[in-house]
Design a protein around this ligand. Structure first.
Ligand code: CU
Length: 155
């Protein structure tokens, strides 16, 4: 009986440890449809988008993004400044109010992917780690979406 209790306590410690959050508590912050526009050439910058749902009972914050296939990942915001779309880093991260869904989307918040270091194939799942203030680190994939014909022409 004592041994059983001991095992239960160890399990509890695992669940409470933020380092294991991406394994155990993934349902608490839901990451929906992470994608990026295809970047055809290594060395270019990309932008990642996704929907985040905070299903926990307290506010959280996306504070960083990590990955090993670009020089740097930053959280950016695009804003309309008198008709000029400008983007800037948001060092404080993206606030995720409890029970709410926050969208990272074109012309809004995005993950700025600086200097992609290798060739990416259309449809490829690019591994990233999202770092949350409370939930800790959650591993996910950003899916590289093929360019539409229109976008190819305009660039
Ligand atoms: Cu940006």
């Amino acid at each position: 009986m004592k041994r059983l209790l001991y095992t239960a306590l160890i399990l509890l410690a695992f669940i409470a440890n933020p380092a294991f959050s991406h394994d155990v508590k993934e349902g608490d912050i839901q990451i929906d449809h992470p994608w990026m526009r295809m970047v055809p050439v290594p060395g270019m910058n990309g932008a990642g988008y996704m929907n985040l749902v905070n299903a926990t009972d307290k506010p959280d914050r996306l504070i960083a993004v990590k990955g090993d296939w670009a020089k740097k990942f930053e959280i950016h915001e695009t804003r309309d400044n008198n008709g000029m779309m400008e983007m800037s880093p948001v060092p404080q991260g993206v606030l995720l109010p409890s029970g709410e869904r926050v969208e990272l989307q074109p012309a809004g918040y995005h993950v700025m992917i600086m200097k992609i270091e290798r060739q990416i194939r259309p449809g490829e799942r690019m591994p990233v780690t999202l770092v949350f203030e409370n939930a800790g680190e959650i591993d996910t994939f950003i899916v590289a979406q093929p360019l539409s014909g229109d976008e190819r022409q305009h660039h």
